[in-house]
Design a protein around this ligand. Sequence first.
Ligand code: ZN
Length: 299
Amino acid sequence: MFIDIHTHITYGKFEEFSEMLTRKPFTVETLIKKMDSEGIQKSVLLPLTNPENLDFYAVAGNQECIEACRKYPGRLATFCNIDPRNMLNFKRGSINSLIRAYKKLGCVGIGEVCATLPVDHKLYRNLYRAAGEENMPMLFHFVSGRYLNYGAIDELHLPRLEKMLKTFPQTIFIGHSPCFWNEIDGRLAEEQRNSYVIGPIKKKGTLWRLFEECPNLYADTSAGSSHVALSRDPEKGYAFLEKFNSRLFFGTDRFSSADEAKPLIIDFLKDAVKSGKISKKAFENITHKNYERVFPSAK
Ligand SMILES: [Zn+2]
C-alpha cells in the first residue's frame, strides 16, 4: 500500500487562473485518477498560503483542500498551511486557536511550510512551539537564501535547523527540497545546494548525523530532489532508507499535468525491496506504516 504524504492540487474553481500562468490545471479529479493508475491508496494535500509561491503555482489553499477531502473521504487527507507572518502568530498562544480550528476541520499537519524567512526566525519559533503543543507535524521546503526563492532559509549543513530540532523536541519537522536532501553528501558545496547533485557520495553528510541525533526529524521522498539523492549512489541510498526507515514517508510532490510520467520514486522503492536492498519492514514503514503511526487521526 502506498500513502503519498506530499501532493498538491491547483485552483479547482478557477481553472482559467492556471492557464493565465501557463500552467495546466491539476484538479482533485486528476489527482485521484493518477493515484488509481499508480497504485496509491491515499494522498495528503498540502495547501499553499504563502505570498511567495501561492499564485506562482496556482495551488489550492486551506479551504479548497478541506473541501476536496470531504469529496473523497478515505482517499485524501489534508494539512493546513499557516504562514508564520499571520498576525495571530505575533504573540504567544494566539496561533494555537487557529491550529485547533483547522484540526477540528480535519487537518492533520502544517505545511508545506514555504515562508522565505530564516528557519530560526522568531515567528517560525512561535509556530514550532504551537505546532508541538498541538501535536501537528510540520512539512518544510528548505532553501539556501542564495537566490530569490521560497522556503525556510538555512546555511550550508543546516545549522539553524539543527538548533530548532533541539530547541523544540516535541515538534516533528519533515524535511524536503534539494537544499535538504543534498545534505546526504558530506562534500556538498555551497553553490550546489539548490541543484540536483549527482555522482558517488564519498562521505556521509549532515542528514545522517541529524537523523541520529534528532528523533523529531523526518523526511519525505518527494520530488526529483529525494529521488536523485537516494539513487545517485544507490548503495548509500538504500543504506539511508534502511537505517532511518521509521522516519521517512513516501511522497511525490507532482502536480504539473494530467499526462506527466509516473514519479520515479515509486519503482525505485519497489525495486529496492524486490531485490532485497531494503527490508520488507523498511518498505512498509516508508510507504504507509509511518504515516499511520504518526497521523493516527487521519482516516
Ligand atoms: Zn510541494
